[in-house]
Design a binder for this molecule. Structure first.
Ligand code: T5A
Length: 211
């Protein structure tokens, strides 16, 4: 049985956290060794970075500061949490990873794609499989607004969120073997989860985690 690294991606409020919590429960009930983690904030240092990055009052003066904070979070997270868990044969479920940086910092903020790819070349691993949950930004933000105070990204313009979504869809079309898009438009939580199980069950079986 080998470790498996699955990421969930998508715009604000699309339902990643909700679906990942259901999936980790479903896998645990079937005795699959699994951890659920997230970016930013998968380590103690990452939690501190997360609170700075998401704070609406944070202002960065260089256009590179934000991405460097996400990368610091990611490098620590991979070395301290993900690599050890994958070596132990666990399924690692991660709420956001490198595709978030491409979608938000390249698509949303306009940083050069080759600069971001260069930073990601420092990483020793890539996701085995990615579920991209998709929804119109208006619907995702309405869900996020219904829940809590908006963070620094949720306060961005609708044009920003549209660029992020378009970049995500471009990633999915350029890497169809790794990334599967699941539409959540007007689908309830259970209907989305059924679709996710249809997709991830064969992947888990192939990696030796029979269900
Ligand atoms: N970021 C992150 C970058 O810019 N670069 C990076 O490299 C990385 C890693 C992190 C922010 O940082 C940015 C992206 C983000 O803006 P976050 O809080 O971790 O912030 O991420 P968010 O996407 O903001 O998290 P959310 O909690 O808002 O979104 P989720 O997890 O997708 O949504 P979820 O599951 O919490 O659901 C939101 C609400 O919708 C309801 C839920 O009950 C909940 O109330 N809901 C549904 N309602 C109707 N129908 C459905 N199908 C629903 N599914 C869920």
């Amino acid at each position: 049985m080998s470790g498996l690294f699955l990421t969930f991606e998508g715009i604000e409020g699309v339902g990643k956290t909700t679906q990942l919590q259901k999936l980790v429960t479903w896998l645990s009930e079937r005795n699959v060794p699994v951890i659920l983690t997230r970016e930013p904030g998968g380590t103690a240092l990452g939690q501190q970075l997360r609170s700075i990055i998401l704070d609406p009052s944070t202002r960065f003066h260089s256009k590179y500061t934000e991405i460097m904070m996400f990368m610091a979070d990611r490098l620590e997270h991979v070395a301290a949490v993900m690599e050890p868990a994958i070596r132990e044969g666990k399924v690692v479920l991660c709420d956001r990873f490198i595709d978030s940086t491409v979608a938000y910092q390249v698509g949303g903020r306009g940083l050069p794609a080759d600069f971001v790819a260069g930073l990601h070349s420092l990483l020793p691993l890539r996701p085995d499989f990615t579920v991209l949950l998709d929804v119109e930004p208006e619907e995702g933000l309405a869900r996020a607004r219904g829940r809590a105070k908006l963070d620094r990204f949720e306060q961005e313009t609708m044009a920003f969120h549209r660029r992020v979504r378009a970049q995500y869809l471009e990633i999915a079309s350029s890497e169809p073997h790794r990334v599967t898009v699941v539409s959540t438009t007007q689908l309830n939580v259970d209907a989305v989860f059924d679709r996710i199980l249809e997709i991830v069950t064969p992947i888990l079986n192939r990696s030796g985690h029979s269900l």
